[in-house]
Design a protein around this ligand. Structure first.
Ligand SMILES: Cc1ncc(C[n+]2csc(CCOP(=O)(O)OP(=O)(O)O)c2C)c(N)n1
Ligand code: SF4
Length: 286
C-alpha cells in the first residue's frame, strides 16, 4: 500500500482479511491525493457498521454518529462551514435501511456533500442478516427460508428523485472507483456513489467473481444528463453498469439557499454572536 498524508500510523484495522472495504479505503486515499485535498479541509461523517469505521482509519476530521444518521450530521457540517469537503459514509443497511428516510430527504434538499455507500448486500457488523439490497431468496442465519422482500434499487430511487449526481462502482476496481469518487467530490451538489463491496465472511453469493462476471462499464457515449437513459441503466439486473449514470448540474444546493450566506460566505463557526440581535429574537418570542 502506498504511503499517504491520510494514513494513521496507529490504526489497527478490524476488517476481515480480503474484505472489499480495504479497496475502498485505498481508493479514497488515492482520490484525496488526486484532488490535492488537505486533511484539515476534509470531514468524513459516518454511522454504525463495518463501512462506518472507514473514517477511523483516515487522518482527517471525522464524526461517527448513530446508525443511519450520518446525513443530517453531514448536512449540518456543510451548512456551518461550506468551505469544507464533506463526505458521508456507510453501509447499505446504514444508508438504505435505518437511514433510508434521511437519504430521500437529503436528495431533495441537495446539500453539497458526497455520500459513499459500501453496498455488500448484507449486514456485516451484526453478523450477516439481510439488508435492503439483499436479493430475494438470499438465505442467512436469520432469514433461513430466504429473504421475502424485493431488493431496494438505490440508483433508480436516486435518479427518480432527480438527485444531482448518481454513480456506481466496484470495490475491486480501485482506479475506476477513485475516478468516480473524484468526480463525485468535485460535483457541486448531492452526490451518491454506490460501491459494490464483497463481504467475504457473511455474503458467499455476491463474491468478487460474482461481481466481476456482471459489472460492465457504462458506454462512453452515455449522456449522463439523459435521465431516462440513466434510469434504464439503473434498472439493469443481468449486468451491473458501473460509472456515472446521472448528473444534473442545474440544481441549487442547500447552502446556496441559506439566507445567512446571502451577504457573506464566511463560515458560521467563524462569526461571532450578535447579542443585540439575539436579544431582539428572544424578546419577540417571550
Ligand atoms: C439504532 C440502531 N439499530 C441497530 C443497530 C445494530 N446495528 C449495528 S451495525 C448494523 C448493520 C450494519 O450493516 P451495514 O450498514 O450494511 O454495514 P456493514 O457492517 O455491512 O458495513 C446494525 C443493524 C444499532 N447499532 N443502532
Ligand atoms: S464482516 Fe464482511 S464487511 Fe465486515 S469486515 Fe468482514 S468481510 Fe468486511
Amino acid at each position: 500500500m502506498k504511503e499517504s498524508r491520510f494514513d494513521i500510523e496507529s490504526a489497527e484495522i478490524s476488517w476481515c482479511p480480503g474484505c472489499g472495504n480495504f479497496f475502498i479505503l485505498e481508493a479514497l486515499k488515492g482520490t484525496f491525493e488526486i484532488l490535492r485535498l488537505d486533511p484539515v479541509e476534509l470531514v468524513i461523517v459516518s454511522g454504525i457498521g463495518q463501512a462506518g469505521k472507514t473514517p477511523h482509519y483516515l487522518k482527517c476530521n471525522m464524526f461517527n454518529g448513530l446508525h443511519g444518521r450520518s446525513l443530517p450530521l453531514a448536512t449540518a457540517v456543510k451548512a456551518a462551514n461550506p468551505r469544507q469537503t464533506v463526505i458521508a459514509q456507510g453501509g447499505d443497511g446504514d444508508m438504505y435501511g435505518e437511514g433510508g428516510n434521511h437519504l430521500l430527504h437529503a436528495i431533495r434538499r441537495n446539500p453539497d456533500i458526497t455520500v459513499i455507500v459500501h453496498n455488500n448486500m448484507v449486514y456485516g457488523l451484526t453478523k450477516g442478516q439481510a439488508s435492503p439490497t439483499s436479493a430475494r431468496g438470499f438465505t442467512t442465519g436469520l432469514q433461513v427460508h430466504g429473504v421475502a422482500s424485493e431488493p431496494f434499487n438505490p440508483l433508480a430511487m436516486a435518479i427518480s428523485l432527480n438527485a444531482s449526481f448518481v454513480a456506481r462502482t466496484f470495490a475491486g476496481d480501485r482506479e475506476g472507483t477513485s475516478r468516480v469518487l473524484a468526480a463525485a467530490i468535485r460535483h457541486r451538489g448531492f452526490a451518491l456513489v454506490d460501491i459494490l463491496q464483497p463481504c467475504v465472511t457473511f455474503n458467499k453469493v455476491n463474491t468478487y467473481q460474482w461481481f466481476k462476471d456482471r459489472i460492465q462499464p457504462i458506454p462512453h457515449f452515455h449522456d449522463p444528463s439523459d435521465r431516462i437513459k440513466a434510469l434504464e441503466l439503473a434498472f439493469m439486473t443481468e449486468t451491473l453498469p458501473v460509472g456515472v449514470l446521472f448528473v444534473n448540474e442545474d440544481k441549487l444546493t442547500f447552502e446556496e439557499f441559506l439566507p445567512v450566506y446571502d451577504s457573506s460566505d464566511e463560515p458560521l463557526y467563524n462569526r461571532g454572536v450578535n447579542r443585540v440581535e439575539l436579544q431582539k429574537v428572544i424578546d419577540l418570542l417571550r
